[in-house]
Design a protein around this ligand. Sequence first.
Ligand SMILES: Cc1cc2nc3c(=O)[nH]c(=O)nc-3n(C[C@H](O)[C@H](O)[C@H](O)COP(=O)(O)OP(=O)(O)OC[C@H]3O[C@@H](n4cnc5c(N)ncnc54)[C@H](O)[C@@H]3O)c2cc1C
Ligand code: SF4
Length: 563
Amino acid sequence: MAKELTTRTAQSVVVLERGIARKTADYALDMDELDYAVRLRMMQNIAEETITHRHTPTGNAVPVRQYGSFLPGSGVGGAGEHWNGAAWRFLPDLFTLRSHLTQKHGAAKLPADLAVQDWGVTYDQLEPHYWYGEQMLGVSGKAGNLRGKIIEGGNPVEGPRQHEFPTPPLKNSYLATIFADATKKLGYHPHSQPACNLSQTYKNPDGITRPACGYCGYCERFGCMIGAKAQPSNTLMPVLAQRKNFELRTGSWVRRIVHKDGQATGVEYIGANGEEFFQPAGIVVLATFTLNNTRLLYLSKIGVPYDFATGKGTLGRNLTHQAEGTTRLFFDKPLNQFMGTGALSMRISDFDGDHGLTGSEGLLRGGMICAYSFGNRPIGSFDAAPRGSSKTNWGSEWKAAAIKWRDRNSGISLSGEHLSYRQNFMDLDPTYKDKFGDPLLRFTLDWTEHEHRQRAFSDEVARKIARVMGATVDDTPPARGKYNVINYQSTHIQGGAIMGVNPDSSVVNPHLQHWNVPNLWVIGASAFPQNASHNPTLTVLALTYWAADAMINRYLKNPGKLA
Ligand SMILES: Cc1cc2nc3c(=O)[nH]c(=O)nc-3n(C[C@H](O)[C@H](O)[C@H](O)COP(=O)(O)OP(=O)(O)OC[C@H]3O[C@@H](n4cnc5c(N)ncnc54)[C@H](O)[C@@H]3O)c2cc1C
Ligand code: SF4
């Protein structure tokens, strides 16, 4: 948003970021797995601020003291610095999911606790903004649907694209190749994942040139030391650094959005030296990830908090994560999985959305089934031997098994849609506080039978594929446990400040403008009424460009409510 505003208008933009400044050169010296991937150097410091979690609206929440099922970033670029680089468009019907499911099944057949909604924006409206984002990032991939024509080798169920990807797909790993062969034999349609880890040198429309990826595998949880992965420090910051109307203040922790008579007047923040500041503003853009977008609206008393008991209110509702699960495979030869990149993955979308579902599975929506080649690093990929291969989890027998299986194991994973439910939401914790004494954000979140069924279904398909791949499959049944804040799943946390066409059921309007405070814009996956099977960031970007157009072309010319 800062780049759109500073390059397309004369507005002065101040960006307040509570973390540190970053540049590509910072990553060149010390790509240490222990430091970055295990001790989470680039993530939010949860000794200063964390969330609390409970499974039910009547349970007691407790603070998350060790990350965790998701990893919010901190510092310039946020988690966009240490992301994997998977850059997906969402399926067209996800944007009108309530209408789609009602039409397909009838309102009476939908679960009573289902909270999914239409977004107020359609895939066709976002398509040019997706394309703009893909060009900025240089996404590598192959179209599966080009202007309505289905192209072999691409994702056949994706929405129609007007353009081929800016760069060709990444090279395939050995695992990706045998997964593709096996799924083809079974009649599925394998395709590679769109990736911002460049397959070749690329210059974007802003004139930023980045090199091809070296498949080093130090990607997820790291910044790319050569800049092959699109990250704000190499795509946005070089452009912003040239703008005289742009200022970045790091170490600036925003605590409140100040507002009067339905207008935001600025923000209060604590600066790097602990001093308190008020920054006046004509427009406030809140872009602090799902968690703090929701929390800062609560703390600033903007909007009507969601009340689970009555179903009234909107702030905090429709918290979603992602339905995930992995079927573990073992091979009789090494896979060379130490080579890879954050978004290198072969997958099938034959069960994505409601494609391929017959009704007998008891599923409203499915997901993608994938084989990942992120690059197995020495610490993270150790100790992945089949169950029973060592009697102990220590000593020489265990070490021999761990070494033998280190590069002979892999997984087939589900990346599934997470529907929103009335009982999954965010609000302020009544007990626990952050380092300034402000209440923490409280998650009320648990899996439902739908996510358990998605996992079981994916496991069944994964076992079929694994057998054709020649792998031995771990016999552990798919997890049916409660939502677990300990094991990493993905940082795809959505909702809380959702978008929609009606102020009674959404926090922001279809242009991401707050319904009650027209000069406040809330940007990010907090706007998603439910989660796709796909990674969120390209959609966050497309929505940002869409909102920027509304702000620049309409609001700045005639300030007021746009819907
Ligand atoms: C390991 C990992 C891998 C991922 N891989 C992918 C992927 O492959 N594809 C994909 O689509 N997505 C991926 N994601 C998710 C992706 O990173 C996020 O969707 C994206 O970064 C969200 O962007 P954002 O700007 O909304 O929030 P963030 O990137 O989280 O940025 C928010 C910023 O706001 C700052 N902030 C928060 N509160 C305050 C405050 N009170 N005052 C001042 N500053 C504040 C934070 O410090 C942070 O820098 C991944 C995430 C992680 C952690
Ligand atoms: S795998 Fe590629 S994109 Fe990722 S850090 Fe290494 S060189 Fe960069």
